[in-house]
Design a protein around this ligand. Structure first.
Ligand code: HEC
Length: 212
């Protein structure tokens, strides 16, 4: 098994493959770390190909995550596994205003809910037209299990598009265009809503990132 530093230098594709292998060989450890964490990690790596402008963030994230991740492998404790996820999320750039984002989120609740793994609703009510937006900051596009995404959003998932502030802001202002550009695929997003103001998009990201 390669050590974490080797892993973090793998290409996104190789890392995804490693994750799949890891899942097959030791499903218990994989489950504890959480498939989302593993997916995030692999995708953060792949991201270098997609968003050159966020390279610095990615590098910092991987460097910060690597020791914690290696430790969690050595110590085999759930808490350290969780700390890994935390570290990666904290490295995201968030510049918006949480309170303004909360107000703006009223526009989203007709289609989206924010509900955590424990099933607690943190924002919205029960809307199911769009996917649950819990943990969207730093998550891979199209990664909510059980949600029936458009082909375009699935292509974004496959391409490893990650919702950094920049990607999120572009997405909510024009879902179809942003995902088509990020993937090189044509197609339409299932999300018909568009946020008009760039600042509002940034504030929405800050609000969603604040919901833990
Ligand atoms: C009319 C319903 C509707 C509204 C209003 C709406 N969305 Fe969506 N949203 C969707 C649907 C449907 C999708 C799935 C897109 C797809 O599969 O192509 C989606 C997807 C998303 C995603 C991608 C999630 C993922 O897992 O890839 C984000 C982020 C998002 N919406 C944010 C927002 C925000 C923020 C607002 C409010 C400003 C909002 N949406 C308003 C319907 C909506």
């Amino acid at each position: 098994m390669p050590d974490i530093l080797t892993k973090s230098r793998m290409s996104g594709g190789a890392l995804s493959q490693y994750c799949a292998q890891e899942q097959a060989e030791s499903p218990e450890r994989f489950d504890r770390l959480g498939s989302r964490t593993m997916l995030k990690f692999s995708v953060l790596n792949e991201r270098r190909i997609f968003m050159k402008s966020t390279m610095a963030i990615v590098a910092a994230t991987l460097l910060a995550a690597a020791p914690a991740f290696a430790e969690s492998h050595a110590a085999e404790t759930a808490t350290e596994g969780d700390a890994t996820a935390e570290t990666m999320e904290m490295e995201l750039t968030v510049t918006g205003d949480v309170a303004k984002g909360e107000k703006a989120f009223k526009k989203c609740v007709s289609c989206h809910v924010v509900a955590n793994e424990a099933g607690e609703t943190l924002a919205g009510k029960k809307a199911k037209t769009g996917p649950n937006l819990y943990g969207i900051a730093g998550a891979t596009a199209g990664s909510v299990e059980g949600f029936k995404y458009s082909k375009l959003q699935m292509a974004a998932a496959e391409a490893g598009v990650v919702f950094t502030e920049e990607v999120f802001a572009a997405f909510v202002q024009d879902p179809s265009k942003s995902m088509a550009e990020a993937t090189g695929e044509s197609g339409r997003s299932k999300m018909s809503f568009k946020v008009r103001k760039p600042e509002e998009a940034i504030d929405l990201f800050a609000y969603l990132a604040s919901l833990k």
